[in-house]
Design a protein around this ligand. Structure first.
Ligand SMILES: [Zn+2]
Length: 352
């Protein structure tokens, strides 16, 4: 176990936590109107909820959503977000909108646009180009792919090629649900160690795909897709939220207890190691400083200490969170704008 930081009697210190898989565009989705029918499986959850939501996004909504999501990440001691974005009706410039919103708040971001052939070959081409353009222009990113089951082999190869040319990895959902069973056969020959493989619920133990597996236990439970049991893989594991906030300590607790539910010998150290692996993905975050209102910051204490909150957060030496709010932006203004955008987004959803 790596020592996460020094402690006093009442507070403890760590680096900034890393969310290894987020969808900042879903920050406004809370309270969205119920779908036109109740989804009965994973595919229908995508079709009736998320694929309608992403159609309704425009650049203003994306920006307001990302700003709120970044603010709420800092509030939970998360200083780095690896984001995966899709907005088929607002592709060009979407990654800049997210990166700029995170910059404003003072959160590190690694952006990617989730390429898919769901909207035809032109949609896939434009998604690839958004990744290429953003990263070539100096943006910090990866090449995003929605999932192999919504992409042709040509699109998967193109994404892998662009990532390789730009010296970054691919950020892709893998075997999350029954529709993507066999994903390993489609991507094994393309994947490299710098790829992020999201979920892996239905990956076989010996899948042979290179990369880091990102475990999102709350999302997997919420989508009723099953338990990924990441401890069975030989590749490194990190933790993400799949868009349900960025409270990484809470996600760690859930990762621990989900493992414990199937194996009484599981200890918090395993999930803690997954949490710490975020620093292999965004190394600078390890040098950020979070002061926690908690006397201990170690796996056995935190596994059972619900609601641990930061007192202050420093990113790159700058205090970006103190006294319960942002030092950079007016939190009320961010929330007011987000509420207006959410209202607009929900009105659009009623029409889709
Ligand atoms: Zn996801």
């Amino acid at each position: 176990m790596v020592d996460m930081g020094e402690s006093t009697n009442f507070t403890s210190v760590s680096g900034g936590l890393v969310c290894a898989h987020h969808h900042l565009y879903s920050a406004l989705a809370r309270g969205m109107p119920a779908p036109p029918a109740t989804p009965t499986n994973f595919r229908q959850i995508l079709e009736l909820v998320w694929w309608r939501l992403d159609m309704a996004l425009d650049l203003d909504i994306i920006r307001d959503s990302a700003r709120l999501g970044a603010l709420e990440a800092l509030a939970r001691g998360c200083t780095a977000i690896i984001d995966h974005h899709e907005s088929p009706n607002a592709i060009e410039g979407s990654l800049d909108a997210i990166a700029e919103a995170c910059d404003e708040v003072g959160v590190r971001s690694v952006c990617s646009y989730g390429v898919t052939d769901r909207h035809g070959a032109d949609g896939a081409r434009r998604g690839l180009e958004e990744n290429r353009r953003f990263i070539s222009d100096g943006g910090r990113g990866m090449v995003g792919v929605h999932a192999s089951f919504t992409c042709t082999d040509d699109t998967l190869e193109a994404a892998a090629g662009i990532a390789s040319d730009l010296g970054v990895g691919v950020h892709i959902h893998v075997a999350e649900g029954p529709d993507d069973v066999g994903a390993e056969e489609r991507i094994r020959h393309l994947a490299r160690p710098d790829w992020l493989l999201i979920h892996g619920v239905l990956l076989p133990d010996n899948h042979g795909v290179q990369g880091t597996l990102v475990h999102n236990p709350r999302s997997n439970m919420n989508n009723s897709v099953g338990y990924a049991n990441p401890a069975r893989f030989v590749i490194p594991v990190a933790i993400g939220t799949d868009g349900i906030g960025a409270d990484m300590l809470e996600e760690f607790r859930l990762a621990y207890v989900a493992g414990r539910a199937i194996d009484v010998e599981t200890t918090p150290e395993t999930a803690w190691g997954w949490l710490e692996h975020g620093w292999a993905l965004v190394p600078e975050a390890a040098n950020d400083k979070v002061v926690w209102a908690s006397p201990e910051f170690d796996p056995w204490f935190q596994a059972f200490n619900t609601g641990t909150s930061p007192i202050s957060v420093e990113v790159d030496g700058e205090a970006v969170w103190s006294n319960g709010t942002s030092t950079r932006v007016d939190e009320q203004e961010v929330r007011t704008k987000a509420k207006e955008s959410a209202r607009r987004l929900f009105a659009r959803l009623e029409e889709i």
